[in-house]
Design a protein around this ligand. Structure first.
Ligand SMILES: NC(=O)c1ccc[n+]([C@@H]2O[C@H](COP(=O)([O-])OP(=O)(O)OC[C@H]3O[C@@H](n4cnc5c(N)ncnc54)[C@H](OP(=O)(O)O)[C@@H]3O)[C@@H](O)[C@H]2O)c1
Length: 344
């Protein structure tokens, strides 16, 4: 009998490698209303460790699936699916807001989870979790507009590189933070107006000196001291988009941040702190995804994909390398979006 493999969480833990195991399943035909997708690329996300630790759904009982997004080709079609755009061999993005299971060699999905793309290029995968978060998040939580000064934290990362370019697309002046000279170079290439290497210079000092009236929109993904310090640089009427808590995922998940007198500071400056969770906005996915695919396709948005070529053990290939790719991302080694190629 034909089989396929997928990675599952078998023990809840903050350590990806401890939590997961590859299991084998029979490769069956799709149901009448399903497509079977052969996954070629899968996206790695900071928050995968939160899924491993059981922080997503209260009823998560191991074994359960993991992985937010993938790109593959249609491999079999259920008998009730007759639309011309779903053909064998068609490259498609797969994003299922109800089931995180993309670390798998094959997926069975209804058409609502499927978006055809022009080519089987990993760059298109960036449109999903990273692209949708950056664009919808900046518009909704950042209320970004022309002339704003927008600061993007971790701007050379998967989500950050799209946030920086979306802010530029909306007519903003963009400040991007990062940690290495190679990442600085990348940020200049994608049009970031002011690149700050926080390892070389004190971020707070540079911001106070260059932007004494504060920043209109802050895209904050690190949490902890980063959120606390940046809050003090928010301009009057400024919006801080609280997008992630990278600093603490490997430990307690989203750690509490204490900001002294935060209510008085918000009130007096008409400032806002806006949380954002992508899956709250699924009604906007189609509209933004169409735009992102076009912008990636015509080069308006430049996308860097990090397949791990420069990592110690080389390119991330097959399910076995997902744990290594997760470690690489957790250690902040990436430039752009970390992607694993499941099939060569
Ligand atoms: N709210 C939502 O719906 C949503 C959806 C998607 C993603 N997110 C969030 O967006 C953030 C970015 O996720 P991503 O998957 O795109 O990752 P990523 O930005 O590609 O990678 C993380 C980057 O963060 C920087 N960093 C700073 N401090 C770090 C630390 N202590 N440990 C590790 N990295 C650190 C590193 O860049 P530098 O070297 O340049 O500092 C690193 O490359 C995460 O917090 C994630 O949870 C939220």
């Amino acid at each position: 009998m034909a089989t396929f493999r997928k990675l599952q969480v078998v023990t809840q833990s903050n350590e990806f490698v401890t939590a997961t195991k590859i299991n084998v399943f029979p490769l069956i035909e799709p149901k009448d209303d399903e497509l079977r997708i052969r996954v070629v690329y899968t996206g790695i996300n900071m928050t995968d460790v939160n899924v491993c630790a059981g922080r997503y759904f209260a009823d998560d009982e191991p074994p359960y699936d993991i992985g937010f997004e993938s790109l593959g080709i249609i491999d079999a079609i259920g008998s009730k699916i007759t639309e011309n755009k779903y053909k064998i061999g068609q490259p498609v993005l797969v994003f299922d807001a109800e089931r995180y299971d993309s670390f798998s060699e094959y997926l069975y999905k209804k058409v609502q989870c499927i978006t055809p793309v022009p080519e089987l290029k990993p760059e298109y995968l960036v449109a999903l979790g990273s692209g949708l978060t950056a664009t919808i998040g900046l518009d909704i939580a950042g209320r970004v507009k022309k002339g704003d000064k927008v600061l993007v934290v971790a701007a050379a990362g998967g989500t950050g590189m799209i946030a920086a370019q979306w802010a530029k697309h909306r007519g903003a002046y963009v400040i991007g933070t990062t940690s290495t000279e190679e990442k600085e170079k990348f940020l200049k290439e994608i049009g970031v107006d002011c690149v700050i290497n926080y390892k070389k210079n004190s971020l707070t000092n540079v911001l106070s000196e260059k932007f004494p009236n504060g920043i209109d929109v802050i895209w904050e993904t690190i949490g902890n001291e980063s959120l606390k310090n940046l809050f003090e640089h928010l301009a009057n009427r400024g919006r801080m988009a609280v997008i992630g808590s990278t600093y603490s995922y490997k430990n307690e998940g989203i750690a509490e941040v204490q900001i002294e007198n935060w209510n008085a500071k918000l009130l007096r400056g008409s400032k806002s702190l806006n949380g954002f969770a992508l899956f709250e906005y699924s009604e906007l996915f189609d509209q933004y995804l169409t735009q992102l695919i076009d912008m990636i396709s015509n080069g308006t948005i430049k996308v860097k994909v990090d397949l791990g070529h420069t990592s110690m053990e080389g390119k991330f290939v097959q399910l076995e390398s997902i744990a290594r790719a997760e470690e690489y991302l957790q250690n902040g080694k990436n430039i752009g979006k970390v992607i694993v190629q499941l099939v060569e």
